[in-house]
Design a binder for this molecule. Structure first.
Ligand code: UD1
Length: 419
């Protein structure tokens, strides 16, 4: 296994280019199952998670090839409808094949993802939504067995909670259902907009993009699509926070500033200068960082996927910050590791209180999930001394060429074999 070794305490300067969004690539790749033919996706990040979903499609008879960041997917020979436990356990988002498989084959057998490092993460909203479209769902031996006789039927679905992947799954099923489907209280994350754009290119009829209610008029036929994956706002936010933590002046290129507005707002509050222009943001930190309170929320609120990295910055602030995690019940696994680097953080339920300090110190740390690992990188580039982050496979799930991009900003960082 590999580890990341960072010699911290150097400000970051220069330019970093953002890759395509992991959380958009996954549903868009799954959407290629909807109709036979050759689909072309551009700006697909080469990550462990995108490799996993392509591997999963491969087990179903789908062929694909990567040429740089373009992935061509030919789903003509789709013959299997099962997503095995072996793959789903490595990536929960595998559940995104449920909707498209039902739409194309009328049948899907997908392993239940189970809990994960950040909480129970049930899929009841996905399953209840599919049932409303006429799908029979049975749970047996750890698998969801879903079957529909003939086409699905449009219906009204009201989500109890806003869920990103449940919105995407039901959307992909509903595009070919008979009649009209109305989904209320949907999530509005930009990655869902990217999926709606792809489905629209494929011939789907969807109204309500970027609002909390979607209306889908089912169509009989879809065609293959060619589309680009939007930039990864969480990757962009992670580098912005790294620059804030370490100090410096860097430009984050190929991002969509509007998708980062909740973070930019917080950064301006803590005393950082953020200049937006076109598809880039310039982050300049010269003085101290002031504390600010943060509460995670669905888009356009502050993303839970940046909570851990923001906490690392607050650990270096000039005051006390209260961070509420409202989306997941157990998303403070990074706290114990940040404490090993000297951070003063206490947790009560879903609230963390962070008392900022001048410096963190490098330490050996490891994390249990992707964004927790990213928070250790943010802390590591700012900390005095050497930080060694184990279990790099978490970072490899969501950050393309992390060491290369941070080195490009002047960080002293390398990947080493562990042990
Ligand atoms: C997606 C993102 C993940 C991000 C999360 C929240 C992908 C591939 N992953 O995950 O990076 O952290 O959104 O922005 O896009 N819930 C239920 N029942 C369900 C589904 C969800 O109760 O059937 C709950 C969850 O436990 C959680 C909340 O709804 O408390 C939001 O989760 P959800 O939006 O579904 O997260 P994911 O789509 O899994």
């Amino acid at each position: 296994m590999d580890k990341i070794v960072i010699k911290g305490g150097r400000p970051l300067f220069g330019e970093v280019r953002i890759s395509g969004a992991k959380n958009a690539a996954l549903p868009l790749i799954a959407a290629t199952l909807l109709t036979p033919g050759l689909h072309t996706l551009h700006n697909v990040p080469d990550l462990r998670d995108t490799r996993t979903i392509l591997l999963l499609l491969g087990t179903m008879g789908v062929k694909w090839e990567r040429d740089g960041s373009t992935v061509r997917i030919d789903s003509t020979d789709l013959s299997e409808f099962e997503a095995s436990y072996e793959l789903v356990k490595t990536m929960r988002a595998s559940v995104l094949v449920l909707g498209p498989l039902l739409a194309r084959l009328g049948r899907a057998r997908v392993s239940l993802p189970g809990g994960c490092a950040i909480g129970a993460r049930p899929i009841n909203l996905h399953l209840d939504g599919l049932k409303r479209l006429g799908v029979t769902v049975e749970l047996e031996k750890g698998y969801v067995d879903a079957i529909v006789d003939g086409p699905m039927h449009g219906n009204t679905i009201v989500f109890d909670k806003q869920s990103v992947t449940a919105t995407e799954n039901i959307l992909m099923a509903a595009v070919v259902a008979d009649g009209t489907t109305v989904i209320k209280n949907v999530a509005r994350e930009p990655e869902i907009g990217n999926l709606i754009d792809m489905l629209t290119i494929m011939g789907a009829r969807i109204k309500g993009r970027d609002t909390s209610q979607l209306e889908i008029e089912g169509v009989n036929e879809l065609r293959p699509a060619e589309i680009s994956i939007i930039p990864d706002r969480i990757e962009a936010g992670t580098y912005a926070l790294a620059v804030c933590a370490a100090g410096g002046d860097a430009t984050i290129v190929d991002c969509i500033p509007e998708h980062l507005s909740s973070l930019i707002d917080k950064l301006q509050t803590v005393g950082v200068t953020v200049e937006e222009s076109g598809n880039s943001i310039r982050v300049i930190r010269k003085g101290p960082i002031y504390a600010v309170d943060v509460s995670t929320a669905t888009y356009p609120g502050f993303p839970t996927d940046l909570q851990a990295q923001m906490m690392a910055l607050m650990a270096l602030s000039n005051g006390a910050s209260v961070i509420d995690e409202t989306i997941f019940e157990n998303r403070f696994m990074h706290v114990a590791e940040l404490r090993r680097m000297g951070a003063d953080i206490t947790i009560k339920g879903r609230t963390a209180t962070v008392k900022g300090m001048r410096d963190l110190s490098g330490a050996q740390v490891m994390a249990t999930d992707l964004r927790a690992s990213a928070s250790l990188v943010v802390a590591g580039v700012a900390a005095k001394g050497i930080t060694e982050i184990s279990r790099v496979y978490h970072l490899d799930r969501g950050y393309e060429d992390l060491e290369g991009k941070l080195s490009g900003l002047g960080a002293v960082i390398r990947r080493e074999k562990e042990g």
